[in-house]
Design a binder for this molecule. Sequence first.
Ligand code: PMV
Length: 328
Amino acid sequence: MSIKEAYCRAHTNIALIKYWGKSDPVNIVPTSSSLSLTLDRFYTDTRVSFQAQLDQDQFFLNGQEQEKAERDKISRFLDHFRQLSGVNYRAQVSSYNHVPTAAGLASSASAYAALAGACREALDLDLTDSQLSRFARRGSGSATRSIFGGFVEWSQGSSPENSMAIPIDAANWDIGMVVIAVNKGAKKISSRQGMAHTLATSPFYEEWVKQSRQDLDEIKTAIAQRDFTTVGQIAEANAMRMHATTLAANPPFTYFEEETLTAIRAVQDLRAAGYDVYYTIDAGPNVKILCPASQMTAIEEALGQYFASEKIISTLPGGPIQILSEWT
Ligand code: PMV
């Protein structure tokens, strides 16, 4: 067994078919499969080094040593790799998030995918990328999909062992995404809390799971046919169905803010003006617009009528995790 210091980069992803609920909350197995697009512009670089002389794990984020609560989360995640490798050393983990501060995007997907990739490299583990995605899943559900680039499915599986990501398409066709950062503050209801509460109390939940399975089949066909319009239409409907479950929860809640509705209206206006644009929204108020990459500049400009330019950030599809030789 060789142990070395390793560096890994992972990009964040945005789900077009959402992950919204767990059938096994301990092992993070979802109630339905999801599908995402990995994004080039937003990523995390992580260095990990397992060392005999450390008596506890250390975790630095953007150069700052983190408090116990954050460190404990990382320790629990590292334990899966210690268990698999038989290496019991503590580790020093250092991560940098390259997400424009204005983007208001969660970075847990890229963070745990990068850490998983760095651990595989550092401990020289014999795991395929899909097998590695099962480990990333333990940190955060959406991290499962950030192991791969382009369009990625997280196949729910029937057990913790086979709930993993599968690459679907490199997305190297005319696709882009424009993020409207409505609010970059921390959200009041985490995705973990939101999905658990919805699953437990929303009468729409069962229907959501049923419909989401159909959405997934249809979007995969549309991706295979490179039918951008159908991909966008399905993604938009799927996001709104997820948010409908929260409105029907008891007590009800929503992640939408006033500007979320402004952004939805802006997308509808742009569509009426002939742009091929569709929105999706996660467990927060920010709006992400799926569009042809060739229209991205014009769309950014048109959105300038609704939002300040620093709230608008565009990106192309991103690639898979990547081992780095050092910080770049
Ligand atoms: O990865 P988590 O536990 O933060 O959950 C992500 C949930 C959504 O972003 C709302 C949907 C998704 O599939 O990414």
